[in-house]
Design a protein around this ligand. Structure first.
Ligand code: TRP
Length: 328
């Protein structure tokens, strides 16, 4: 029996090269080995303010990008979280079995509270990990491929599952986190000490997967680098290192070979070649995305099918939980 994988991305900003290399491309590479559930987590997106029109568009864009990137519905169930009501329902139930103290310890929540103004933080943001636990546990997922920033949420999911199983008997599979290699961590182009993030307010720091080629080139040519000249991997020079890592990831080469390739050449050459590689990598994604935008009925059909397949797994888990706690 193949192990189950669950992961998701929030439709809360334009998907970036970082999301592609760190998540999507990895999911595509591993989908043959597992039974996969890949979700667009719109209910997580609304834990922070979203424009309704934009949310709707980004959700559909994300579905199209999942498919364009090579996720194959023969191997992976692709669906939108809010289309399967069991996510909201189980999140409420798990709420009632999750101690406040566990949620208060979540670093992502604490960081957001520290950055934002207290009153505007929604109860949903505090409760975000219970919904994420519901996502994972509904499908009895064994593995959750995410970035390191999500490790704590998966650990909390495991703790909630363990606590529930202990009290009510075996109900949930205990999930393990699956962290990608360090090389896939792409940094901002304007501040290479920060991760490239789709919520970055500075559009020049990120490369969106749907950025046209001339814009991709412009952003990369202006990427922040230090005043050095040697194109080598060096933690003290994060800007050039980030560009070399993008190159390395796309070329699928070793660091030594990348350094040898650029030996004796300047930063400008690196930027030009990184731009060529990125543009080439985005081309099929943008082409695939365009196909689904031009054929909304096909996208709807895919979504309906994804919803049905996801619900067929999620609903029995929800019913089991409802029975165990005395709701039916
Ligand atoms: N919190 C995750 C992130 O920001 C997104 C997410 C929501 C998720 N539910 C999930 C990831 C379930 C893995 C499994 O990246």
């Amino acid at each position: 029996m193949r192990k189950r994988v669950f992961s998701g991305i929030k439709p809360s900003g334009e998907l970036t090269l970082g999301n592609y290399l760190g998540a999507l491309r990895r999911w595509v590479a591993m989908q043959d080995a597992y039974e996969n559930y890949f979700c667009i987590v719109d209910l997580h997106a609304i834990t922070e303010p979203q424009d309704p029109q934009e949310l709707r568009r980004r959700t559909r864009d994300l579905v199209a990008l999942y498919l364009a990137a090579g996720l194959d519905t023969a191997k992976s169930v692709i669906f939108v979280q809010s289309h399967v009501a069991a996510h909201s329902e189980l999140a409420w139930l798990l709420n009632c079995f999750t101690p406040m103290g566990w949620l208060e310890r979540m670093t992502q929540y604490k960081d957001k509270v520290a950055k934002g103004s207290g009153e505007r933080i929604s109860a949903g943001l505090f409760d975000y990990p219970a919904l994420m636990a519901a996502d994972i546990l509904l499908y009895q997922a064994h593995l959750v491929p995410v970035g390191d920033d999500q490790r704590q949420h998966v650990e909390l999911t495991r703790d909630v599952a363990m606590r529930f199983n202990h009290r009510f008997g075996d109900t949930f599979v205990l999930p393990d986190v699956l962290i990608g290699e360090a090389g896939a961590r792409i940094m901002s182009l304007t501040d290479p000490t920060q991760k490239m993030s789709k919520s970055d307010v500075d559009p020049n720091g990120t490369i969106a997967l749907l950025d046209p080629p001339d814009l991709v080139r412009r952003k990369l040519m202006r990427a922040k680098t230090d005043s050095g000249t040697e194109a080598t991997f060096d933690p003290a020079r994060p800007g050039i290192t980030n560009l070399l890592e993008i190159y390395q990831t796309l070329a699928g080469e070793t660091a030594e070979r990348v350094e040898a390739h650029f030996a004796g050449r300047g930063y400008g050459d690196v930027k030009r070649e990184v731009a060529d590689r990125v543009i080439a990598a985005l081309e099929p994604l943008q082409e695939g995305h365009r196909r689904y935008v031009d054929d909304p009925a096909e996208l709807d059909r895919q979504l309906q099918q994804g919803r049905d397949r996801a619900a067929a797994v999620a609903e029995p888990t929800l019913r089991d939980v409802q029975e165990k706690i005395g709701l039916r």
